[in-house]
Ligand binder design. Structure first.
Ligand code: GP9
Ligand code: MN
Length: 620
């Protein structure tokens, strides 16, 4: 290393920077001493291999290559920092292919990138200057020293993997917990590993057969636990589902400066079925994941958005099932049609029509952030709804309450929440606006004569305020120490769910459930039997159901316990309890996620499609 100062200084600088980023930008708690050591040394092995490659470049060009390599490394690291700020997650290969959405995220990006971020490249500038100095001039290398370098990289990698293994056995099989992967492998080894996973999952479809489909069928098959009293309670009715952008359950009945944030939804909570322990289960696909889960009762994928990665699979989605019963189905959303690849995926799921941006009159005044504001969206949607053939299934996706929560002052109906965090402050004003749009929707549905013959469902799609806004969230929850526990963070993933069934009284329901349960619940209400279907959820109205919600990162919630971050919490006290109590939950979570993934990666539902089977028989 002494003979090659340019390489040494580069590796040192980047090592230091990566470690600082771990501490400041990623919330990667070190844990015990061994875990802290793993975190500290995990960037080195990759850096050695990576910069070792520059030894194969001629002496004349080597320093230029070293600089370029370092720049690429820094850009990737910084991209992860920005991504993490919004998603509290790391970039995966499929996310890189989501370029279709890039045009729309301008506003969010503006909020996520700071001028002070130039410090992330301070070392790059320093390196640029240093590499020009004679002291750092590149010198010829022998084959022996190259061997030595790679050997030392290997030894280091083995060492930190061994250490990681003592802390987190089966690390590589629990691949859905990226936080753990980065902590134990390091950001860049994690990226390499993710590339391997991506290629493996791409191959899964080719390898899958009907034997796998039968096997999964056996495993997933369970006796439906329904509430027989409600079977067909809404038979033949229209189904209107509203995906409420970024709405978390804590806004319900919450007040800012004495004013309700969701006055309409608060009333609705009393006149419809309101589920208080309903969790979102989305992954990197955000809104589209919520749509995927609710229409299919399958889990989203551990990496990327299913809408983007598997849009041509065979599914048994709600619109398709309803079509068999004579329903027409449509989606309404004031954004461009290809966002989240919706135009393609909606056809696959069996929607008859997608009313996207082009069906709306969108102007500078009536749009903000990602697209059409919710109130004009409702005004322009109801006339279309009125003309749909009945019975119909219509999905409306709201948009205004989206990060970074922008709204003109004259449209703000309540004060911003008094918080040090501007995102948290503004969030309440856009939630209030969305609430007003839902109020308008209900009154317009009544006028259009649709209210009495439609089941109306409203669900929050995913969190709006990520864990990163810990202080702001703690202020909202009234925590004086301004700190949140992993337990709090799980409970914050509750989103509101309302189901309004014409002619039925409202009721608060506390069963633990998630978006995965919507499909069986709604189809049951409409009087449709799901026996032969692959689905992971169960009827939320059933009293005998297994009360459970499984998150994409392996967190599991039951009636009494929460398993998260490898710890077990007692829901009554919020305190850590005996981890053995959570073991069955953890196992169940892993099994369900794995099965769901197998179905999607292997495109296994194609083997169940009667059309497909007929076709296959003819071919035979
Ligand atoms: C975009 C909207 C927002 O059309 O659904 O998507 P999100 O960023 O919340 O996934
Ligand atoms: Mn969303």
């Amino acid at each position: 290393m002494r003979k090659h100062p340019a390489l040494s200084i580069t590796v040192l600088l980047l090592w230091l920077k990566t470690y600082i980023v771990y501490q400041l930008s990623f919330n990667l708690p070190g844990g015990n001493t061994v875990q802290q050591l793993v975190l500290f040394i995990n960037p080195v092995s990759f850096l050695i291999f990576y910069f070792g490659l520059t030894y194969f470049i001629s002496v004349k060009r080597r320093n230029r290559a070293v600089f370029l390599f370092s720049l690429i490394y820094s850009i990737i690291l910084y991209a992860n920092v920005v991504y993490y700020r919004f998603f509290t997650d790391f970039i995966t290969v499929p996310v890189l292919f989501q370029t279709k959405n890039a045009g729309d995220i301008g506003n969010s990006l503006y909020e996520l990138v700071y001028l002070s971020d130039t410090f992330y490249f301070a070392d790059t500038v320093l390196l640029y200057v240093l590499l020009k100095k004679p002291f750092f001039r590149a010198a010829p290398v022998t084959a022996k020293s190259i061997r030595l370098l790679f050997m030392s990289g290997l030894v280091l990698l083995a060492l930190h993997l061994a250490l990681a293994e003592t802390q987190r056995p089966q690390l590589l099989t629990r691949t859905f917990d990226r936080q753990l992967l980065v902590k134990n492998l390091g950001t860049f080894n994690y990226h390499l590993y993710d590339i391997v996973l991506h290629s493996k999952s791409s191959m899964k479809k080719a390898m899958a057969s009907s034997v796998d489909a039968d096997e999964i069928k056996k495993q997933v098959k369970k006796d439906p636990v329904n509430n027989p009293k409600l079977f067909g309670a809404a038979k033949g009715k229209n189904l209107i589902v509203i995906s409420l952008e970024s709405t978390q359950n804590f806004v319900i009945d919450y007040k800012v400066n004495g004013k309700e944030v969701t006055p309409f939804l608060n009333k609705l909570a009393r006149s419809s079925f309101y589920f208080t322990n309903f969790y979102h289960q989305t992954g990197q696909g955000k809104t589209s994941d919520a749509e995927f889960i609710t229409d299919n009762s399958l889990y989203p994928l551990p990496r990327g958005a299913v809408f983007q990665t598997h849009p041509l699979n065979e599914y048994e989605a709600t619109p398709e099932i309803l079509k068999d019963k004579g329903y027409y189905s449509a989606v309404f959303h004031g954004n461009n049609k290809s966002f989240w690849n919706r135009d393609v995926m909606y056809q696959t799921l069996g929607y008859d029509q997608y009313y996207s941006e082009e069906f709306y009159d969108i102007t500078e005044e009536n749009s903000i952030n990602y697209g059409l504001k919710d109130i004009p969206f409702v005004e322009q949607t109801v006339p279309y709804l009125k003309d749909l053939p009945q019975p119909f299934y219509a999905k409306l996706i709201t948009l205004t309450n989206h990060h970074p929560y922008l709204l003109n002052e004259e449209e703000q109906m309540i004060d911003p929440f008094p918080s040090i965090d501007p995102i948290v402050s503004r969030y309440f004003t856009t939630v209030r606006y969305a609430d007003e749009s839902i109020k308008l929707l209900f009154s317009k549905l009544k006028k259009a004569g649709l209210y009495d013959n439609s089941v109306i469902v409203i669900y929050g799609d995913h969190y709006g305020i990520s864990e990163r806004h810990e202080e702001g969230l703690a202020e909202v929850l009234g925590r004086e120490d301004l700190e949140l526990t992993p337990f709090d963070n799980v409970q914050l993933q509750r989103v509101p769910l309302f189901i309004h069934v014409p002619g039925m009284e409202g009721k608060k329901i506390n069963t633990v459930g998630g978006q995965i349960d919507l499909k069986p619940t709604l189809l049951h209400l409409l009087g449709i039997n799901l026996k032969g279907d692959y689905h992971f959820g169960s009827d939320l109205f059933s009293k005998k159901r297994d009360e459970i919600a499984i998150f994409r990162n392996g967190t599991v919630i039951s009636k009494d316990l929460i398993y998260t971050d490898e710890a077990c919490y007692d829901k009554l006290t919020g305190e850590v309890t005996d981890s053995a109590l959570c073991e069955p939950l953890a196992t169940k979570g892993e099994e369900e996620l794995d099965r769901s993934d197998e179905i999607i990666y292997g495109d296994l539902l194609r083997f169940l499609d009667p059309q497909h089977e007929k076709k296959a028989a003819v071919e035979r």
